[in-house]
Design a protein around this ligand. Structure first.
Ligand code: R2B
Ligand code: URA
Length: 309
């Protein structure tokens, strides 16, 4: 297995370095990170990103901009007056990216194909920038199973719709399966970042699906070939196996970070209880305030970690 790392001596799987398991990258004249409108020739990635220690990703560009502003406040950063926080990937609207000190806040869109493109490019970007000891977090939204809406779930293990903790991808027409591994210690630390908040933070398995409607057993999609009893039996079975929430990126996130030797964690708020219904009907201003909750937990962790950097 040919492996490039951005450190010199290293052992397979050694912590700290970003692993690019692709022998072709070092032979390339330039690496264009197309969906970020960044590149190794057009930009000094080391200068721009060499100090990054935390990468926080979430679906929506607006939410990730809000997280960047929240971090400015929480970490006590001074954005020079007259200067707004800049979206670094302004030349494209595929993803949005903000940097606040050692933290990157990046949007990833919805679902595995979107998060996978973004992770390929951000992992290479971290590699080219020579970053070490970087932690990755997904701060997201999800549907809960048997939880009060607004509850935050720190993922213990990410599983697919069949209960497998691995990501299947078609490569050259064949299924390539890679384990999805989240960092247990990081998950514990995040759980401990819960304080006297007006919401609960729990640990549980997260199910990752490739579709919001039929893939998550909803009865309200454009199509549905099962009945309510079958839906409830499936969701109940998931719950019995320890699944506490459902979203659409965690397995891929865990498998790509693990493959690159990156520690990662998933923290999602639940927008509804799927054992009670399918439609997300809570008003958007309430959902917006709930979506702040995973940010609060991850920001506390980053603050704690920054004391030790
Ligand atoms: C959670 O919310 C989105 C679907 O509404 C999806 O990106 C996810 O994982
Ligand atoms: N995101 C999901 O993927 N599912 C839900 O039910 C809510 C948010």
């Amino acid at each position: 297995n040919i492996e490039l790392t951005n450190g010199r001596a290293h052992k397979e799987g050694a912590n700290g370095f970003i692993h690019i398991k692709n022998p072709h990258i070092s032979n390339m004249d330039e690496d264009v990170l197309y969906h970020f409108a960044l590149g190794t020739k057009s930009h000094d990635l080391k200068k721009m990103f060499g100090d990054v220690k935390f990468v926080c990703i979430g679906g929506s560009p607006r939410r990730m901009e809000r997280f960047a502003h929240f971090l400015v406040k929480e970490l006590g950063y001074n954005v020079p007056s007259g200067l707004a926080l800049e979206n670094i990937t302004n030349a494209t609207d595929r993803y949005a990216m903000y940097k606040v000190g050692p933290v990157l806040s990046v949007s990833h869109g919805m679902g595995v194909p979107s998060v996978s493109i973004m992770l390929h490019e951000i992992i290479k970007m971290m590699f080219h920038a020579g970053c070490t000891d970087v932690e990755f977090f997904r701060i997201g939204t999800s549907g809960g199973l048997g939880l009060k809406p607004g509850t935050v779930v720190v993922t213990s293990e990410a599983v697919d719709g069949q209960g497998k903790a691995s990501q299947d991808n078609l490569v050259l027409g064949k299924v390539v399966s890679r384990p999805s591994v989240l960092d247990k210690d990081l998950a514990e630390r995040l759980l401990q970042c819960s304080m006297n908040d007006d919401f609960e933070v729990i640990m549980g398995k997260t199910m990752c699906t490739d579709d919001f409607y039929e893939g998550q057993g909803r009865l309200d999609g454009a199509f549905c070939d099962y009945n309510e009893d079958e839906k409830m039996a499936y969701l109940q079975d998931c719950h019995n196996r320890g699944v506490r929430n459902i979203e659409m990126e965690s397995v891929c996130f865990g498998s790509m970070c693990h493959h690159a030797g990156i520690k990662c964690a998933v923290v999602c708020v639940t927008l509804l209880d799927r054992l009670q219904g399918d439609q997300v009907s809570t008003p958007h201003d309430v959902l917006d305030s709930w979506s702040q909750r995973p940010m609060t937990i991850v920001a506390r962790h980053i603050k704690n970690r920054m004391k030790t950097l």
